[in-house]
Design a protein around this ligand. Sequence first.
Ligand SMILES: [Zn+2]
Length: 372
Amino acid sequence: MGPDRAPDTAGPDRHAARGTLEGPPRTAEPSRTRPTPAVRPPDRPPTHTATPGKMEAHVTTWTDHTAERPISLTAPSGVDRAAHHRLDEAWLAAAWSHPSTRVFVVSGGQVLIDETPDGRTELLMTPSFEAPLTEAHRYFLGIDDDGVSYFALQKDSLPGRMDQSARAAGLREAGLLLSPRDAGLMTHAVGLENWQRTHRFCSRCGERTVIAAAGHIRRCPACGAEHYPRTDPAVIMAVTDESDRILLGRQVHWPEGRFSTLAGFVEPGESIEQSVRREVFEEAGITVGPVEYVASQPWPFPSSLMLGFMARATTTDITVDGDEIHEARWFSRDELRAAFESGEVLPPYGISIAARLIELWYGEPLPTRSFV
Ligand SMILES: [Zn+2]
């Protein structure tokens, strides 16, 4: 809907309205980690900076501080993917057999996790000589600063040795528990596995393909085509209106009380900004003007990349599509806080970037609840 009509630059009204975002305390972030706010209170008219040619309206206020407080699955893992080694079979063989190398099995999106004596949760990894290589596909995931190489083995099932407290877990759970290194390794491996399992045949000629590049390419022996892991861009957006309320929706299959940001896949032939506007209009009947990118998140369920936005609505009358979204509502901060407290709305949980987008608008940490 009407992306051409959306203003490309921030006007004074929009600028001033955003000033209210700085109102509530943000106790989750120490002030030193935040840049000087680019907005001023809404009762003061916006003024330009002293630098000629530079206007404050160019400065975004939505940008999240993901470098200081990464979104789940996006923290620096300390593992260099070292893609230049993927085609070097001799190097890969030497890395595999090195005693410091660590290996874990991924199967059906799950891995084995274990608790350490000091209460941390870690990916259960073994030296390669203990790894169950039989009937497994081997993925090279990278090297860390100490020179340790990491591999994942894709198998039809997880190993039977559930010693100690080890147990199987998927990424939605493990992503909340694991260290950035382990979460990063698992996200990489799960993404590769999801692609490998569903792309066994050449999409050009139909022949069965073979794995190459340590799990990062599938080659067709018949027509020579090379197939690469696919990533499907999806947009997820926190939409706010002129009164600084947020639009949250409940999907048809979600339980009562679960509300979140709207989201959807980018379609062929459209920009991500167009996709934001189309999805919001399709799902809630709301027209969106300005759209600002905030942050992204790998979402290998099975192969998405979530692109997170803040978006400003230019209309407020909601018409849900009824197919994907069962209900959508505008919430002020006070209304959302009251709905959390009464249990009418369940606080977001889990690893999704949706919680961070809502929190960015909310201005303080959202209430937490345990993983379900
Ligand atoms: Zn082919």
